[in-house]
Write a protein that binds this ligand. Structure first.
Ligand SMILES: [Fe+2]
Ligand SMILES: [Fe+2]
Length: 272
């Protein structure tokens, strides 16, 4: 997969209508992915040899392959966004520091609980992007949207793998749910703080505070902050939850063909 050439002309405020806050939020998310996904891969790899179920083992191989590819493509986007003045490197370094710290303190199960919880975030964001045309439109730039759609498709495909591995190695419901509460709080806090830092570093945001305020108001009506999405995130905290409770096989099949079918937008990328 090579998105590089599609990302050459990404403008600084690439979101729809040059929306300033949405551009910063999406950049913060993209900056978190490579090092975050490396951590997911390490969490799963740590217990790979203990998985006896051949189907789960196969899923794990697929998961590791997909997450490594996502990191690579997001690094290309982040490099471009870094050139445009976004603090993508600093965010990456922060995530690396945080995950190293976690790995020192936490058990293997603890890391898997974090990975499974964050995979519910990526699966929920992915489902929003794949089902809601408004969410897709908000991304703005075609190259960035294609990269996110490809990523979303694969996140929806493997959304249960880390969860199943966590349960397979004896992860409890109690730890899973408690970990998710911490994730809810830290995700909102960290994303907000990095978005504010990123905005503060943007000369256009400093020059046009009204534009930032208008854009913030718009964010509140966005599909990415909708009550429906928040409810879906919180479903994970229910006892007995499983990612496949939401059946997205049809959605995944539809987008496989939309992106990679004979008329698919990304077919050439796959061929090349
Ligand atoms: Fe991913
Ligand atoms: Fe994932």
């Amino acid at each position: 997969m090579e998105f590089d050439t599609w990302l050459d002309d990404v403008p600084k405020h690439f979101a729809r209508d040059g929306d300033i806050v949405m551009s910063h939020v999406l950049t913060v998310l993209s900056s978190v992915f490579p090092d975050g996904e490396d951590y997911f891969v390490r969490s799963v790899e740590a217990v790979r040899d203990r998985i006896e179920d051949p189907r789960l083992r196969e899923d794990v191989e697929g998961f590791i392959g997909q997450e490594s590819m996502h990191g690579r493509e997001h690094r290309a986007l982040n490099e471009r966004l870094g050139e445009l003045g976004y603090p993508t490197r600093a965010i990456g370094a922060y995530v690396r520091g945080l995950t190293t710290f976690r790995e020192r303190l936490q058990s293997e199960r603890g890391n898997l609980a974090v990975t499974a919880g964050l995979e519910h975030y990526t699966a929920t964001l992915a489902e929003t992007l794949l089902t809601d045309p408004q969410a897709r439109a908000e991304v703005g730039h075609d190259g960035v949207r294609h990269l996110l759609l490809w990523h979303a498709l694969e996140e929806a495909e493997h959304k249960a793998v880390a969860f199943d591995v966590y349960q397979h190695v004896g992860g409890t419901e109690r730890m899973r749910i408690a970990t998710m509460w911490v994730i809810h709080m830290s995700f909102v806090l960290e994303t907000s703080i990095w978005t504010l830092i990123s905005l503060a570093m943007d000369p256009a945001a400093r020059r046009h505070p009204l534009r930032v305020l208008r854009s913030l108001r718009r964010l509140r009506r966005s599909p990415f902050t909708s009550p429906r999405l928040l409810r879906q995130l919180l479903q994970y905290n229910r006892r007995g939850f499983h990612p496949n409770d939401r059946d997205t096989t049809q959605l995944v099949a539809e987008w496989r063909s939309r992106l990679f079918g004979s008329e698919g937008d990304l077919r050439e990328l796959l061929a090349g």
